[in-house]
Ligand binder design. Sequence first.
Ligand code: NDP
Ligand code: A1CAB
Length: 266
Amino acid sequence: MSNKISIIGGGNLGTAIAEGLIKNGFISPANVMITKRNVHTLQPLKERGVNISNDNNEAAAFGDIIIIAVKPFQVQEVLLSIKATLDESRHVLVSVVTGIYIKDIYSIIEKQLPVFRAMPNTAIAISESMTCLCNQNGTPEQIRYLEQTFDQMGKTITIDEKLMDAATVLGACGTAYAMRYIRANIQGGIEIGFSASVASLIAAQTVKGAAELLLRNNSHPEQEIDKVTTPKGCTIAGLNEMEHQGFSSSLIKGLTASYKKITTDM
Ligand SMILES: NC(=O)C1=CN([C@@H]2O[C@H](COP(=O)(O)OP(=O)(O)OC[C@H]3O[C@@H](n4cnc5c(N)ncnc54)[C@H](OP(=O)(O)O)[C@@H]3O)[C@@H](O)[C@H]2O)C=CC1
Ligand SMILES: O=C(O)[C@@H]1CCC=N1
């Protein structure tokens, strides 16, 4: 399989994917093209050797794998504009767009080329994404290639399409939820004596370490909590107060509100 990749929609996620792709040398910048209407903001990628364009058909002709990374309401227009260039025997389409289903894509392109959906998160720019993939009509070779591609930029799993909305909430929105959790820690840290910069460092590294404990030990959070909570100690006092104030409940309610928004209103 040839490995030229075009990204249509060079915004937050599109540029993060481009950065992640070229970061580890997995693909040469010369084999990546990224588009948006106002290409000015793509200058840093151009300086690193990535091809930039405001012509989506040029990108569709360039890439064997075409990643669609525009906003949901822009998908139809973009797919219609490249429809004539799409080649069933060559192209693989990958959409990272929230709430647009594979059947929606087929109904627009009216061609039977392999269609994948990928749901990464913005940590893809530093090769620490959690990416969920699903596909229709992908060959085993194409599935393996795309899993390998996204594995270069974090962890990847293939799931059923019916779980893609849930993957969006847990994996992609999850980056923002985690940032709010860290921000609240920073605010609290400042109140108990640290400067903002020291509080930020302590909060971020502590959350990174906590996540690594789960990933490396393959443990349940409560097992790790048990190792921290000294009987009659300060950790359990704080944790219990957080629960009295609805900590877990508010997170679960937020998560399900995001899910409801995707499944009923996007
Ligand atoms: N941000 C995230 O964490 C995640 C986002 N997603 C999904 O990824 C998609 C993109 O999100 P995000 O990157 O945040 O959004 P952005 O608005 O940052 O990026 C979309 C980009 O598309 C470009 N664009 C718009 N119209 C066209 C067009 N006709 N041709 C080419 N480019 C075009 C815009 O630039 P210009 O106006 O210059 O053309 C813009 O830079 C969304 O569908 C979102 O649901 C999925 C997972 C995570
Ligand atoms: O907020 C959104 O709609 C998109 C989907 C996942 C992350 N950002």
